[in-house]
Design a protein around this ligand. Structure first.
Ligand SMILES: O=C(O)[C@H](O)[C@@H](O)[C@H](O)[C@H](O)COP(=O)(O)O
Length: 263
């Protein structure tokens, strides 16, 4: 696949793949795409809802967004920030996705992004939280509070996410939904507590696939040769149990990868 080659399906729903030359350009391009998406959404509705991911590229793209001149064009008072998954650790732990996202971008937006618009998954030392399940339940309630009025369609109540970012592990996991794990098949709720994650730490909280599927746009971001097999499997129609990223879809799904991951 040549750089920047894409399939056109995403314009009207479906899936598209965009290839960038390397991990740094990928992070810069996704940051620009994210900020542009927020500007586009803000021209037609508010608030905008964005879901962040942890991981190397997920945090690198936030740092690129912080450094972008487009950053100040976004009306951050009209943006809500959520997470797709979290490591179940105390508040402020450097391994929490929240901590890393704050350092990379959110701290730089402190004067313009209202604190009430930032929705981290409850930490392991939060009042009343003693387990990943309790954190997941509290987060589901927070998501429901920002969901559109019930339309009778069923499914978990979550905001209409304008962009839901997902990194992907070499094993094909997205969020904290790992191959062969029982969390993969949890339906009818928006969040799940995860035990025994093969990627440390073992305790995590994750959105479910039902919540991911409710997004207007899902962007799967992956860089590096160690991701190539999982990218190929996911795009080639592998089963969700083997390659969870195969089921990472929204109304529109974009795969944003570097050349090494697309090889
Ligand atoms: O909490 C986490 O670990 C993540 O949210 C996870 O799903 C991550 O996005 C992938 O593992 C990719 O991470 P890398 O880009 O570091 O490989």
């Amino acid at each position: 696949m040549s750089p920047a080659e894409s399939t056109p399906a995403a314009a009207g729903g479906g899936r598209a793949v965009v290839v960038h030359p390397d991990a740094q350009v990928l992070a810069q391009a996704v940051a620009a795409r994210l900020l542009t998406r927020l500007l586009d959404v803000q021209s037609v509705r508010r608030p905008a809802h964005v879901v962040l991911t942890g991981g190397t590229v997920g945090i690198a793209l936030l740092a690129e967004a912080a450094a972008s001149p487009l950053r100040d064009a976004v009306d951050w008072t009209g943006v809500h920030v959520w997470w797709g998954d979290e490591r179940f650790l105390p508040a402020g732990d450097p391994d929490r996705n929240e901590t890393q996202a704050r350092a990379a971008l959110l701290a730089a937006l402190a004067d313009v992004l209202p604190a009430a618009n930032v929705h981290p998954m409850p930490a392991s030392d939060a009042p009343g939280i003693g387990s990943p399940e309790e954190s997941a339940a509290a987060y589901a309630a927070e998501l429901a509070a920002f969901a559109p009025a019930a339309d009778g369609a069923g499914g978990p109540r979550v905001p209409a996410f304008d962009v839901l970012l997902l990194g992907m592990g070499p094993d094909g996991h997205v969020a904290s939904l790992f191959p062969g794990h029982e969390a993969l098949v949890v339906t009818g709720v928006s969040t799940v507590g995860v035990h025994g994650s093969p990627k440390p730490p073992p305790l995590r909280v994750s959105l479910t696939f039902d919540a991911i599927h409710a997004a207007r746009q899902v962007w799967v971001v992956a860089a590096g040769a160690e991701k190539a097999a999982a990218v190929a499997a996911a795009l080639g129609g592998a089963g969700v149990d083997q390659t969870p990223a195969a089921a990472a879809t929204g109304a529109t799904t974009l795969w944003l990868v570097d050349a090494a991951a697309s090889a």
